[in-house]
Ligand binder design. Structure first.
Ligand SMILES: Nc1ncnc2c1ncn2[C@@H]1O[C@H](COP(=O)(O)OP(=O)(O)OP(=O)(O)O)[C@@H](O)[C@H]1O
Length: 876
């Protein structure tokens, strides 16, 4: 580390700037390089794999140094941020050529995971949200904003609600007050990057005023958040943080949307995870979003995710979406025409977000003009159609022809990807620019002329005019022609095989050309800035057009899914019923091997006849799948999508709860029975008559009789609660089937199977009545357990069941008593086939029977086929 004695001026400047950004890695621009010093250099060299050296620092000791060329900034920046560092980019604020002494420098951007704008740091089909959490009493407040799209949301509620929202928005950075960190760690289980700000930033007055300033309003009434104190604090802190990170231009964040829990179908974080909506529980698995999101644009994909996490709880809005999907299913021509336009629109939302952030390059601006053009066409098509809902949706879109034209007229068709080098402004925009370009071009022609003329005059055929940064334009002559060089040429450099000269004539033209080129670049950059400034007033209407396009993208995707996967329109009703005909699981059905089809099932739940279904059936028969498909069909209907069923009447649902018995949930670190009970308690305390409750093997995390007793009382409670929520309860405790006899609205169903020999074939059809067996031992056999072990398991099962019959199915019988009476195993011999299945035995038998010497090719093929068939059965 450098000592504080007689530092060089550069290091002194670095130290002063670094002091303002102690938490960040400071990338310090020095000439064509970004340098890091001291501890930052240690981090940079480790994370970026760049060489660590030392730099002399006046009479102070040397400091560690690591740097990279300025044009590699994007690549290295993204690596540092991905590695969890905040990065302050410190640029030269004046032209070093025009400065005497040390160049003025300052931080132009602070990049953190939540305020990243580089394409390299962003996933285009996913939002990059920054969250601010304000843990206050009695209500907590939260803000989510995506600086790349300008979306800004806020909400208030208890910590459970905050937790659920974070699970839904999945921010990449959470901002907290320093004083709330401890509470946050205790109450929230998240591995997201957090950053702490001083407590004073979270003051009501300060944050409220920041918001008024940002929105240029007198109050926040227009956003419906005036009285939401905790929420406005969170929003104001978000604005403070953006300013702190040098994001001053936020014209695209022009509205604030309030999230009201009751506007949406509620799913808690566990349900979102358990239903595998946006992530699968295992790596190669597929989630619902992947299965149904086939949108054409990144903005469509981002919206689809939001529609999934926030399904509507508003009949009218759901019907509107369903009407539009029906229309697109019916009107194929319109569907194709709109799809083609949507596809070409690209990510207008993020493109327009780059304008105020000063990140849009000329090609992107041109792409924005193309997007505006396609959106204009979309509007024309929609307003001329015979569907009122579509007309209503598209009418408020703005054609924006004038700004589109201005962009097209200004930016050259083959514009470069970086503005800094120029070449992006068309001819005919500025007379001065055109004039200078002519000079520059003719100057270049003139240089060529000089080359030809001098070559002729001197007879130096190898003569070349070239340019370098050190002494500008020069004439280059190979050594072979050196003698022919005229005396008036001034020698500047000798190379291994050539000499370089300048002439007064050459210098005169050089000044003219270079002067013109500098000026050309300055004019181009100025015109480009003017164009960007001219786009700014159109940011809000472009954002609106983009949002409508994203909606159309999602609706067209629903229509395409309906046709591709044979989904049907659900009938939405206000009564608390659910009636699904031939329902399927949208994800599993897409993943079945070719030739296998998903077995559809009917489900009916209501308040009067069949409020709760107890579902039993063998392991692996499809109980969980049936539970989840019921939830997914309900959810998809509330998104406004058609559903995987031949018909479905779906009552408006306010909450979907799913709970899975303890050990199914190991990966979430929530394997304890306590958690299972906590979560079930939270359901019981939150249900209404519009809720759908799915309980999968609840109670299995404890001893059998405790489990049965709890399962029993939970079903009883849900059945008897005045809300009468629709309930599906899958269990292996067949004892629970007894409840059907006691409770009028409980019905037993089982998933059917067929037994052939000692094999179970899953028919996967749901049928009335309970089932007696779980066939766990058969499933174990299919998994490849040794036959002797399985024989022994069957023996024990028979003994347990025998005893059970003796006592007349008395569930109070102590299981330990029965276990004590289990007869010891006869010593069985391990043989070479332990650990392999019976099927493999059969294959071995087939091989033994085969005499290769007499086998014909056809017989060989038939044998092979037979073995393949056995292996196929085994896999099933
Ligand atoms: N209706 C169906 N049609 C076709 N395949 C199905 C169907 N239902 C389930 N499956 C397949 O069977 C597998 C097991 O289903 P599921 O996990 O629902 O069984 P389960 O009865 O809940 O088992 P367990 O009691 O052991 O938890 C699923 O992963 C799926 O591949």
């Amino acid at each position: 580390m450098a000592k504080n004695v007689a530092e060089t001026p550069l290091m002194k400047q670095h130290k002063d700037i670094k002091a303002k950004y102690p938490d960040a890695v400071l990338l310090f621009r020095v000439g064509d390089f970004y340098e890091t010093f001291s501890d930052d250099a240690l981090i940079a060299s480790r994370v970026l794999g760049i060489t660590l050296t030392k730099r002399a620092n006046g009479s102070a000791s040397s400091v560690e140094l690591a740097g990279f060329p300025h044009h590699s900034l994007e690549t290295y920046l993204h690596k540092l941020v991905k590695a969890g560092y905040r990065v302050a980019i410190c640029d030269q604020l004046e032209d070093p050529k025009l400065t005497k002494g040390i160049v003025k420098r300052g931080v132009t951007e602070l990049v953190t995971p939540g305020v990243a704008t580089s394409d390299k740091l962003l996933e285009n089909r996913t939002n990059n949200f920054l969250a601010v959490l304000h843990l206050a009493e009695p209500m907590c407040g939260i803000a989510f904003l995506d600086i790349t799209t300008g979306e800004f949301y806020t909400a208030e509620g208890n910590t459970e609600y905050m937790d659920k929202l974070m699970q839904s928005f999945q921010p990449s950075e959470i901002i907290l007050s320093k004083s709330q960190v401890k509470r946050f760690r205790e109450q929230f289980d998240t591995k997201v990057y957090t950053f702490q700000l001083d407590e004073w930033v979270f003051r009501e007055q300060y944050t409220y005023e920041l918001l008024l300033q940002h929105f240029q309003t007198q109050s926040l009434k227009g956003y419906g958040v005036e009285d939401m104190k905790a929420a406005t604090v969170a929003c104001g802190v978000a604005i403070h943080y953006l300013k702190d990170t040098e994001h001053a231009n936020l014209q695209h964040m022009n509205t604030l949307q309030r999230i009201t829990a009751t506007d949406f179908l509620w799913m808690d974080r566990f349900t979102i995870r358990n239903l595998e909506l946006i992530h699968s529980s295992y790596e190669q698995g597929c989630c619902l979003l992947q299965a149904i999101d086939h949108t054409h644009t990144p903005m469509g994909a981002r919206l689809m995710k939001r529609w999934m996490i926030f399904p509507l709880y508003d009949m009218q809005r759901i019907e509107q979406r369903l009407d539009l999907v029906s229309y697109f299913v019916r009107e194929q021509e319109m569907n194709h025409a709109l799809s083609a336009l949507v596809k070409q629109t690209g990510d207008a939302e993020r493109l327009v977000g780059k304008i105020p952030l000063k990140k849009a390059n000329p090609r992107e601006v041109l792409q924005l003009a193309r997007s505006i053009y396609h959106m204009q066409h979309m509007r024309e098509l929609c307003v001329a159609c015979d569907n009122e809902a579509l007309r209503d949706l598209a009418m408020p879109m703005q054609p924006l022809a004038e700004i589109r034209q201005r962009i097209i007229d200004t930016i050259a068709e083959d514009a470069p990807a970086v503005a800094a080098k120029g070449g992006m402004i068309r001819e005919g925009i500025s007379a001065e620019l055109d004039h200078l370009r002519t000079i520059s071009r003719s100057g270049k022609d003139y240089l060529l002329q000089i080359q030809q003329q001098e070559a002729q005059r001197t007879g130096i055929t190898s003569l070349k005019v070239s340019y370098n940064n050190v002494f500008g334009y020069y004439l280059e002559v190979t050594h072979a022609h050196k003698e022919k060089v005229p005396a008036e040429w001034i020698r500047k450099q000798t190379l291994a095989n050539a000499e370089r000269y300048i002439t007064p004539e050459l210098k005169e033209y050089e000044e003219k050309i270079l002067g013109a080129e500098d000026r050309i670049l300055a004019i181009e950059l100025d015109l480009y800035q003017q164009l960007l400034a001219a786009i700014e007033p159109y940011i809000a209407p472009i954002q609106h057009n983009a949002n409508v396009t994203a909606q159309l993208d999602c609706l067209l995707c629903f229509a395409a899914n309906a046709q591709r996967y044979n989904y049907h329109r659900p009938v939405m009703v206000t009564e608390p019923v659910l009636e699904i005909k031939e329902g399927r699981h949208p994800v599993i059905e897409q993943q079945l091997p070719p030739g296998e089809s998903y077995i559809a099932n009917d489900i009916t739940l209501d308040k009067t006849e069949q409020q709760a279904i107890i579902l039993t059936g063998p392991n692996m028969s499809g109980k969980s799948a049936l539970l989840r498909q019921t939830a997914l069909i309900t959810l998809m209907a509330h998104m406004g999508s058609f559903v995987p069923a031949t018909a479905a009447t779906v009552g408006l649902t306010d909450k979907i709860f799913t709970r899975v018995g303890a050990s199914d949930n190991l990966s979430g670190g929530e394997s304890t029975f306590m958690v299972e009970m906590n979560e079930t308690a939270s359901i019981i305390n939150n249900i209404s008559e519009r809720s759908l409750v799915l309980l999968d093997e609840i109670g299995r995390g404890t001893s059998t009789y405790d489990g049965i007793s709890l399962a029993w009382s939970i079903v009883e409670y849900l059945h008897n609660s005045p809300a009468r929520p629709k309930t599906l309860f899958a269990t292996h405790y067949h004892e629970i089937n007894e409840l059907e006899r006691h409770l009028p609205r409980v019905r037993n169903y089982h998933i059917t199977h067929k037994e052939t020999g000692n094999k179970v074939i899953f028919l996967r059809k749901m049928a009335p009545g309970g089932s007696r067996h779980s066939f766990g031992i058969q499933v174990a056999r299919m998994a490849g357990m040794p036959p002797n072990l399985l024989d022994r398991a069957n023996e024990i099962l028979a003994q347990l069941e025998e005893k059970h019959a003796d006592t007349g199915a008395d569930s109070n019988t102590n299981v330990q008593e029965k276990v004590k009476k289990i007869k010891p195993a006869d010593n069985y011999q391990l043989n070479i086939f332990d650990g392999v299945t019976e099927d493999l035995r059969r294959i071995q038998q087939l091989l033994d029977e085969t005499d290769i010497n007499t086998l014909t090719p056809v017989e060989a093929l038939l044998k092979l086929n037979q073995m393949k068939e056995i292996a196929r059965q085994y896999r099933k």
